[in-house]
Design a protein around this ligand. Structure first.
Ligand SMILES: Nc1ncnc2c1ncn2[C@@H]1O[C@H](COP(=O)(O)OP(=O)(O)O)[C@@H](O)[C@H]1O
Ligand SMILES: CC(C)(COP(=O)(O)O)[C@@H](O)C(=O)O
Length: 280
């Protein structure tokens, strides 16, 4: 019987953020606020002679994930990895971080590496920052909640609140995170737009995020059309950072978003990455 380990990590929708530059990857990241979501990435890992990653979504598989391959390499292990997710990739749902956290959680168990959850997260965060696929998603997805990150990296001061109500998101397409993070002009506009306080609840999170999104200059016309429809319906909404998508909360949110695509109903996650099963 082939030995396998399976783990899950929640994704994370960032609402507003500001890059914080450190000396190395461990103290580089972002401050900001977002929601850790019930949807994420499930990763199945088995030992193999060479590393290979298969990324499965909606019955369609593609090969390769540079950040995940890098993280395995750094740990000195080779494995066959299959990641599965329902939400679209590259659309601001923090799935690169979720893929890393889920895969490394499974790898840690499968290869008896004895890493603590913080050490697993540190490896995931390093791979994210080096590949410019995210800054604050790993720190957020280490646990659940509506998060407010007050410093960069996984050891930052992070507050979490756990609202019960669902919220909603729609994706209009991907926005490569690396392209935005690599533009100094965009990063400067983002820094100026940053609202320097934590959200009180989900509706407050949506409103603070919206002010940030408008000032940041990141909103493209098709995202703006969705936001205007939300405004007209009195639904607090903003842009998924960093994706061409919209998240919204409260009564009527699902109806408005479903005019523009598949509206995902999301819950605030209660916990971070965890091992699901290991065989034998
Ligand atoms: N489900 C996944 N499984 C494996 N790798 C992933 C997954 N999602 C994202 N990645 C990696 O991250 C890159 C995209 O990063 P990014 O644009 O930050 O996506 P997201 O917004 O979903 O986090 C992909 O090209 C891939 O290398
Ligand atoms: C906004 C982002 C820099 C990227 O998020 P994603 O595109 O979901 O990987 C995030 O990591 C953050 O620091 O808030």
């Amino acid at each position: 019987m082939v030995r396998t380990a399976v783990a899950f990590s929640p994704g994370h929708i960032s609402g507003y953020f500001r890059r914080v530059e450190g000396i190395g990857p461990e103290d580089t990241g972002s401050v900001g606020a977002g929601v850790v979501i019930s949807e994420g990435v499930r990763s199945t890992v088995e030992p193999a002679r060479e590393t290979g990653v298969r990324v499965v979504r909606q019955g369609h598989a593609s090969a390769g994930s540079p950040p995940v391959e890098y993280a395995l390499d750094r740990l000195g292990v080779t494995a066959r990895v299959t990641t599965e997710c329902r939400l679209p990739i590259g659309a601001g749902f923090g799935l690169s971080a979720a893929a890393l956290l889920a895969t490394l959680t499974a790898v840690n168990h499968l290869f008896d590496l004895g890493l603590s959850p913080d050490e697993v997260a540190a490896r995931a965060h390093e791979a994210e920052v080096l590949h410019r696929t995210g800054l604050g998603d790993v720190a957020a997805s280490m646990s659940g909640g509506v998060v407010c990150r007050k410093g960069p990296g996984i050891h930052a001061d992070i507050t979490r609140i756990y609202p019960e109500e669902p919220f909603y998101a729609v994706s209009l397409g991907p926005l490569p995170t690396a392209s935005v993070l690599s533009s100094p002009a965009t990063m400067a506009r983002i820094a100026d737009a940053y609202p320097d306080r934590c959200p009180r609840d989900l509706a407050d999170f949506c409103r603070l995020s919206r002010v940030f999104a408008e000032k940041s200059g990141l909103i493209v016309p098709e995202v703006h059309r969705v936001l205007e429809a939300c405004d007209a319906a009195g639904v607090p909404a903003s842009m998924t950072m960093l994706g061409n998508g919209v998240f919204a909360c409260g009564d009527g949110a699902e109806q408005v978003l479903s005019l523009f695509g598949e509206a995902y109903t999301l819950r605030v996650a209660r916990r971070g990455a965890y091992l699901i099963e290991a065989k034998p």
